[in-house]
Design a protein around this ligand. Structure first.
Ligand code: ADP
Ligand code: XUL
Length: 525
């Protein structure tokens, strides 16, 4: 029996996905929603705290508690966790976790008699932690770019211009605003490496996939860049562990998880990566040129590339692929599901009537347009929420719903140009990919077929596949990435949505209008 577990610690939930590679099936898929279980205890809303002025944080202790609940739930459902050969995982990207000098020992001595939350509360040098939705670090972005010798230099070195949500600017802000707490920090990890550290019972490093989302990693060498670290904060090298190659196990599962959930001592743990790099694998994008779309809390459009093609305009980000070989190009929108939920809730719709609204309104929306920045936006850069309507009556619920989806799809086309790939098909994942009416708009805007997958949890699936690939390599049974991903990444039969040629023609015109509206109301990134 060959079973592998993928864990994705995301913005609103933590997901576990268990695969069996003997018969190529997903045998378990379970999510723990943070608001549902922890809103009362931690006060999160949509998994986060909005602290104002663009600062958005979450609670790393809550993520540990959620990990316990996830594994307990899988065990209670009757899954025999002793059958799992290896675990890998992913985390929402960029979020930083700050631990003090008691953390290493606390992880090592943890007792399986008590839950993680009772034993780990003292390990943090910062109780809440900034996540990818945080837009409060524009000043630090400029300072870091200056510090390395300019924006072009940072781009050349790390693959990315400075982004507010990236870890480096966030670390710099912490150092500047809370110098004592910064000095009390012994270890800085990302969401990914923090959850991996819990599993192996020792502090572990960040993988290149997530390291490339920090503005601190030399993208060519896949190692921390001393120049970028110096420009970020003092003594940073001492607080970071070396980058951990994505394909090599970081250890075996700790006695805590063996005692509590029945894992065996041989269960390998692979480095965790970012959720988007993990989705690249989970959608089978191991060949350059393939493109996918994730409609989660954030919406992301991404492609697999041979070389790190960079975005000088700051529209896109480049990450190392956890396949150890390729790169991914990514455009990330903050107003993904949260904007869809905003318009759904304003008009008191549910997802059923939301889909119906899309079904009965016409492509092009009778020229009604919206800029759907219910929250600040990453692409294009918008620092304050601002919703702009053109030829659109705010009272017309159905037209507003269509306008939001059309805006998101048109924007995904405009801001994919920098990737330089010809989008001939789109592989779609994330919670909103369940909604075929949304996917229809994407098929028509991009003029290509859209494929849906069995699971919307592609990051967790990618992690499970990475666990399989890593375990097989470690035990002398290495298989190619193509062979690893192929059986699990076939689109659901009959799910493909083909473009409609009349709608395609409408959107070809509409994109010009939309781009003009966007340009009139935003600054270039
Ligand atoms: P994340 O991994 O970022 O936490 P998910 O990929 O799990 O997010 O997506 C969760 C989101 O999917 C929910 O917040 C919800 O807005 C959205 N969603 C779920 N079902 C539908 C649907 N039928 N139509 C549109 N959106 C949906
Ligand atoms: C990517 C990004 C988000 C997070 C949360 O750069 O910020 O997609 O990874 O999913």
């Amino acid at each position: 029996m060959s079973k592998y577990l993928g864990i994705d610690s995301s913005t609103q939930s933590i997901t576990g996905l268990l695969i069996d590679t003997d018969n190529n099936t997903i045998v378990a898929e379970e999510s723990i929603n943070f608001d549902e279980h922890f809103k009362a205890a931690y006060g999160v809303e949509n998994g986060v705290f909005d602290l104002g002025n663009g600062a958005v944080h979450s609670a790393p202790l809550m993520w540990a508690e959620a990990l316990d609940l996830l594994l307990q739930t899988l065990k209670d459902q009757g899954h025999d966790l002793s059958e799992i050969d290896a675990i890998a995982g992913s985390g929402q990207q960029h979020g930083t976790v700050y631990l003090n000098n008691t953390a290493a020992l606390a992880l090592q001595n943890i007792s399986s008699a008590f839950p993680l939350k009772d034993q780990l509360a003292g390990i943090f040098s910062r109780d809440t932690t900034p996540i990818w939705m945080d837009t409060s670090t524009s000043a630090q972005c400029a300072e870091i770019e200056d510090g390395v010798g300019g924006q072009d230099k940072l781009l050349e070195l790390t693959g990315n211009t400075a982004f507010e949500r990236f870890s480096g600017p966030q670390i710099r802000k912490f150092y500047q605003t809370e110098p004592d707490a910064y000095n009390n920090t012994a270890y800085i990890g990302l969401v990914s490496s923090y959850i991996a550290s819990l599993l192996v019972g020792k502090l572990v490093g960040v993988d290149p996939g997530d390291g490339s989302g920090t503005n601190m990693m030399d993208i060519a060498a896949r190692e921390w860049s001393p120049t970028a670290l110096d420009a970020t904060a003092p003594d940073l090298t001492d607080k970071l562990l070396p980058i951990a190659p994505s394909g090599q196990a970081i250890g075996t599962i700790s006695h805590y998880f063996m005692g509590r959930y029945g894992f065996t001592k041989d269960c390998l743990v692979l480095p965790f990566s970012g959720d988007n790099p993990s989705s690249l694998i989970g959608l089978g994008l191991v060949t350059p040129g393939q493109v996918a779309l994730s409609l989660g809390t954030s919406d992301t459009l991404f492609a697999c590339m041979d070389q790190p093609r960079t975005s000088k305009t700051g529209e896109g980000a480049v990450f190392a692929s956890p396949d150890g070989e390729h790169y991914m190009a990514l455009t990330c929108y903050l107003n993904g599901s949260l904007a869809r939920e905003a318009v759904r809730d304003i008009y008191h719709f549910d997802w059923g009537s939301f889909a119906e609204a899309l079904r009965i309104t016409v492509p092009g929306n009778n020229n009604g347009l919206i800029l759907p920045y219910f929250s600040p936006e990453i692409v294009p850069k918008v620092s304050e929420p601002s919703v702009v309507r053109q030829d659109l009556n705010e009272a017309d619920a159905k037209a507003n719903i269509r306008a939001v989806i059309e805006a998101q799809a048109l924007s995904s086309s405009i801001h994919a140009r920098w990737m330089g790939v010809d989008i001939s098909s789109l592989y779609v994942t994330g919670g909103a990919s369940a909604n075929a009416e949304i996917l229809r708009v994407y098929a028509d805007v991009h003029n290509c077929p859209v494929h849906r997958f069995e699971t919307a949890n592609s990051a967790a699936l990618g992690a499970a596949l990475r666990a399989a690939h890593g375990h097989q390599s470690a035990t002398g049974n290495a298989v190619s990435w193509q062979e690893t991903v192929a059986p699990f990444t076939k689109p659901v039969a009959g799910s493909t949505i083909k473009p409609d040629k009349d709608a395609v023609a409408v959107y070809r015109e509409m994109i010009i209008e939309y781009e003009a509206l966007e340009k009139a109301h935003t600054v270039a990134n």
